[in-house]
Design a binder for this molecule. Structure first.
Ligand SMILES: O=c1[nH]c(=O)c2[nH]c(=O)[nH]c2[nH]1
Length: 286
C-alpha cells in the first residue's frame, strides 16, 4: 500500500493581542484573537522531519505582535491582509496564508477606561497566495436577537413522529453567525461592517416571520441589496426555542408570557444568499 501527504497547513491559533493607541489622555483599544495558517513546500517536514521550509509558529506569533506595534491594527481585514501578504512575500517556501481574526468590542467608560461590550464578536478570514490573489470574508458571531411576537410556524409536514403544534405567535430568538464575501476591493471595511450589521438587525426586526428560514433569507437579501460591495452572505442561525410553560396546575393562565428558554437541542438553520452574478469564490471560504 502506498500513501501520500494530503492537504495540510499549520500556524499559531488564538494569538491574543490587545493594542492600545494613546491619543494624549484619550486611549483607544483593539482586542483581537488572531489565528495564522500557512501552507507551501511542506513535504519534507512531514515525510522526513526536515524543517528547512518551516517558518515556526512562534515566529508567526511574534510577527503578529511586531506588525501591530509597527503599523497599528486599524480594521481587522486590513491587518489580516498585511499579515498574510507578509508571510507569503517574505518566505519563498510559504505559498498561501490564511489569517483569521476575531475582534472583541469595548465600550468607552472614560478617557482610558472601557467596559467589555456584550457577547457579539466581529470576525474576518483573509487569504493571500503567491500569485498575488487575495480574498476577504468579513463577519460577526454571537449576535443574539429576539422577537417576542411576529413569528409563526405552521403548515409543516406532519408524520408519525410529529408532536409539534402549529403556532401563529411565538418567540423567535437566535444567535446570528454571518460571513460575507466582498465582490472586489472594499475601501472601508469598518463602514461596510456597520452597514451589513444594520441590515441584519433591521431585517430580523422588520420581517413578519413564517419560519426562521424565511427570516434568514430576508436578512441576507437586505444586506446584499443595501451593500453593493458584498456578493455573498452565509448565515447560521440557531432557533433558540422558547416554550410556553403550562401554568394550569397553579390555576394560572399563560397568554404567551412565561417561557422556558431551552438551551438544547436547538434547530440550526443555515443558508447563503448571493448575487446571480457573484464572481467565483476561489479559496475565500476555505
Ligand atoms: O422556523 C422554524 N423552522 C423549522 O424548520 C422548524 N422546525 C421546528 O421544529 N421548528 C421550526 N421553526
Amino acid at each position: 500500500m502506498t500513501v501520500k501527504l494530503g492537504p495540510n497547513r499549520y500556524g499559531k491559533a488564538e494569538i491574543r493581542l490587545v493594542r492600545v493607541v494613546r491619543d494624549g489622555p484619550v486611549h483607544h483599544v483593539k482586542d483581537l484573537n488572531v489565528s495564522t495558517s500557512l501552507s507551501g513546500d511542506m513535504e519534507a517536514v512531514h515525510l522526513t522531519g526536515d524543517n528547512a521550509a518551516v517558518l515556526p509558529t512562534d515566529s508567526q506569533k511574534n510577527a503578529v505582535y511586531a506588525l501591530a506595534g509597527k503599523h497599528g491594527v486599524g480594521q481587522i481585514e486590513d491587518f489580516a491582509l498585511l499579515l498574510a501578504r507578509r508571510f507569503v512575500e517574505s518566505q519563498p517556501t510559504i505559498h498561501h496564508a490564511r489569517v483569521e481574526i476575531d475582534e472583541y468590542a469595548w465600550r468607552r467608560g472614560g478617557p482610558h477606561s472601557f467596559v467589555r461590550d456584550g457577547g457579539e464578536v466581529r470576525t474576518c478570514v483573509v487569504h493571500h497566495d503567491r500569485d498575488g490573489r487575495s480574498s476577504v470574508v468579513s463577519g460577526l458571531k454571537d449576535l443574539v436577537l429576539m422577537n417576542t411576537t411576529g413569528s409563526e410556524f405552521h403548515g409543516f409536514i406532519v408524520d408519525d413522529y410529529t408532536t409539534l403544534q402549529p403556532t401563529t405567535d411565538r418567540v423567535l430568538a437566535t444567535a446570528v453567525v454571518a460571513h460575507w464575501r466582498h465582490a472586489g476591493d472594499t475601501p472601508d471595511h469598518g463602514a461596510s461592517y456597520e452597514r451589513v450589521r444594520e441590515c441584519l438587525l433591521e431585517a430580523f426586526a422588520g420581517t413578519h416571520s413564517r419560519s426562521l428560514q424565511q427570516t434568514l433569507y430576508a436578512m441576507g437579501e437586505r444586506a446584499l441589496t443595501a451593500c453593493p460591495e458584498i456578493c455573498e452572505i452565509r448565515l447560521a442561525m440557531p432557533n433558540k426555542h422558547h416554550f410556553a410553560v403550562d401554568l394550569s396546575p397553579f390555576g394560572l393562565p399563560n397568554e404567551n408570557e412565561v417561557f422556558h428558554a431551552a438551551d438544547r437541542p436547538y434547530g440550526l438553520i443555515e443558508g447563503s444568499v448571493l448575487r446571480e452574478d457573484a464572481p467565483d469564490a476561489g479559496f475565500a471560504w476555505e
